[in-house]
Ligand binder design. Structure first.
Ligand SMILES: [Ca+2]
Ligand SMILES: [Ca+2]
Length: 243
């Protein structure tokens, strides 16, 4: 895992200027500045890298801002289809997303996405271990077509506990001990970060083009960390009472 100290300093300006939940120190950001950084997808195989299209200009920052593009089939299924794969076995982003996110303090994932389906399309974030399953899959936003949209996803045990948009790849559980184990097991050893597209509302097209840029992990600012810590302490307290 790569640490970006300059990103932390750079993030300090965000702390001054903003009071939103998204304020955070940057940990790593994949900007696709010169190539596809060994990202993959679309398609169903997690073992063979399907090379995305690299587009060297026209990202969220405009002229000269590179990004990656994939065509995703939306017609056949209402299940989320993998659009992009940042994976350990592909050495995507030189493995910058691989490792122990809890030790690193990573509490946010964000990315910019754009598509040309004729209607809003649901975007999911899937975070998986080296075996690629079981994973936590997080439903994010219904993204409108033809405009770059930034999606920010808080990553925490309390989210896994309480947010119905967090879906575990095995049997669902409301048992805090089970959810805690599942959360800790994955976020101690993250291997794959994937972006999925979902036609929950049936689309009329067989496929659509999806674009991706600025896939980032971030460390929440101290106030948020304290809140996360307090939430974790409450969970531990409950477990002790129940034991
Ligand atoms: Ca870019
Ligand atoms: Ca690797």
């Amino acid at each position: 895992m790569r640490k970006v100290l300059s990103g932390i300093l750079f993030g300090g300006t965000l702390l001054i200027g903003s009071a939103t939940a998204s304020q955070a120190a940057s940990y790593f950001t994949e900007t696709f500045a010169t190539n596809d950084s060994n990202w993959g997808g679309a398609g169903t195989s997690s073992t063979t890298r399907a090379v995305p299209t690299y587009v060297s200009t026209g990202g969220p920052a405009g002229t000269g801002d590179g990004y990656i593009r994939n065509t995703v089939s939306l017609a056949a299924s209402t299940l989320a289809q993998t659009a992009f794969r940042g994976q350990d076995n592909f050495d995507s982003s030189a493995d910058a997303f691989v490792g122990n996110w809890q030790t690193a303090g990573i509490g946010l994932v964000s990315f910019d996405v754009r598509h040309d389906a004729p209607q809003a399309t649901t975007i999911w974030l899937r975070i998986a271990p080296l075996a690629n399953t079981p994973a936590w899959q997080i439903k994010t936003l219904d993204v409108a077509p033809n405009t770059w949209t930034t999606i920010t996803v808080p990553i925490s045990l309390s989210e896994a506990m309480s947010n119905p948009n967090w879906v575990y790849g095995g049997a669902p559980s409301s048992d805090p001990a089970v959810v805690t184990t599942r959360y800790n097991t994955l976020f101690n050893a993250v291997a794959n970060v994937q972006i999925l597209a979902d036609n929950e509302t049936p689309t009329v097209v067989a496929s659509a083009t999806f674009d991706l840029d600025n896939v980032a992990t971030a460390v929440p600012e101290p106030t948020s960390l304290a809140l996360f810590g307090a939430a974790a302490a409450i969970v531990v307290g409950r477990r002790r009472q129940n034991a």
